[in-house]
Design a protein around this ligand. Structure first.
Ligand SMILES: [Cu+2]
Length: 408
């Protein structure tokens, strides 16, 4: 079969289009591959004042790949690696001479001199990416990714086969002199076979992932909220070797247009008491199950932790439980994954995963702080924003929900 000029031209157009799609995919990959790098939110006291302003030291064992954001105190600073291969950096090494040098892309609003800090604390790379994903930090995350890749392989192979056949047909059967169209009424046996084939794949996928679904969405850690105070829960946690046997930490979450609110029980281990810790960001310890209860004040939202493969809808009238176990410390993104209104894209905040010791210290400090605030007659103005807010949770009953046991 001779290939005409016309066919060659259309073939070329198709190849160029495919190349354009590939470039687009690559660009998207670059766009989404912006790892957020964070120092632990408290830096140690050591400071190096004489260092060159654009360079800084990092902790032992730290590796950094590419470009990212770095958090020093409240300052967010963008940095990029200038040279180096991301290999671990020796503690205290001057990055000026180290293969890994970074430059400051954008400083924080207060123009923090990052050279003045020695990151003796743990440096965590919270959002390194694999080919498609933000870095996984959750205990069940690998299973989720595996399922994603399996589905990607199946659909990828189907895509290449069908598109390949399509391209073959477009080029081979292009209209030309002396060609007439063939009228085909389909192929009954092929259609039945193809439908059954797809059904089988879907049923097998369903069976294959059902255990994972049960683990992630149906079997919740056993709540101890209200049943033991904080110290007792932590003592039980220390006594258990298996992370799954440690009492979970509890958090209540409210989504509202366009903000997240979190409430951690204080030292008494109970919700809705004066020592509760309300906040606009989420704080959890590393290596422990986190049991959250999610409600929404207004419309549908979706609580999304990309690094933990957690995505849970918040539905009006319901308190929906969910859990995850963070595997490493750092600061991570929290997003809303439901188009909930004009401010949807701004509905983000941060998840702080602290070491167990830091977490305990944080709870002790904040719990006492809030207790004092609550007992103080002259509460500061800002108390209303996150403190008073929880009246909403306590005074609005859950209409439909399977989480009543865990609520208090
Ligand atoms: Cu939302």
């Amino acid at each position: 079969m001779a290939i005409s000029q016309e066919q060659k031209k259309h073939g070329a157009i198709l190849v160029v289009s495919l190349a354009a799609i590939l470039v687009l995919c690559w660009l998207m990959r670059v766009m989404f591959e912006l790892p957020t790098t964070s120092l632990e939110d408290t830096l140690p006291g050591e400071q190096v004042t004489a260092a060159a302003p654009q360079y800084f030291k990092v902790a032992d064992g730290a590796a950094f790949n590419g470009m990212g954001k770095m958090l020093i105190g409240d300052e967010e600073i963008e940095i990029a690696r200038v040279t180096g291969d991301g290999a671990p950096i020796a503690k205290g090494a001057q990055l000026l001479e180290n293969p890994n040098t970074f430059k400051v892309v954008r400083r924080g609003v207060n123009d923090t001199t990052i050279a003045a800090h020695t990151a003796g604390a743990q440096v965590s790379y919270s959002q390194g990416t694999t080919f498609f994903f933000p870095e996984n930090n959750a205990s069940f995350g690998d299973d989720v990714d595996e399922l994603f890749y399996l589905i990607l392989w199946i659909t990828g192979i189907a895509f290449i086969l069908t598109e390949g056949f399509f391209l073959f047909c477009v080029i081979s059967f292009w209209d030309g002199p002396g060609k007439t169209a063939a009228y085909i009424h389909g192929h009954h046996k092929f259609e039945v076979g193809a439908t059954l084939g797809v059904c089988t794949i879907l049923v097998l996928l369903g069976l294959w992932q059902s255990e994972m679904w049960t683990q992630m969405k149906q079997v919740m850690p056993v709540s101890m909220a209200g049943k033991a105070d904080f110290k007792t829960q932590e003592r039980l946690a220390d006594a258990a070797d298996d992370p799954a046997a440690k009492p979970p930490v509890h958090i209540q979450i409210v989504a509202t247009r366009f903000k997240w609110y979190f409430r951690h029980p204080g030292l008494d281990g109970k919700f809705a008491t004066v020592d509760d810790i309300p906040s606009g960001e989420m704080f959890v310890p590393e290596g422990r199950d986190v049991l959250f209860h999610l409600r929404t004040q207004d419309v549908l939202h979706s609580f999304f932790l990309p690094n933990y493969r957690v995505k849970q809808d918040a539905v009006p009238g319901m308190a929906i439980p969910g859990w995850f176990r963070p595997l490493r410390t750092g600061i991570f993104q929290i997003m809303c994954a439901e188009l909930c209104g004009e401010g949807h894209t701004t509905m983000g905040t941060r998840l702080h995963v602290k070491s167990v010791e830091d977490y305990r210290a944080w709870v002790a400090e904040k719990s006492e702080e809030w207790q004092e605030l609550n007992e103080d007659e002259d509460r500061p103005e800002w108390y209303g924003i996150e403190g008073k807010f929880w009246w909403w949770w306590d005074s609005n009953e859950v209409r439909v929900g399977y989480a009543e046991d865990y609520l208090k």
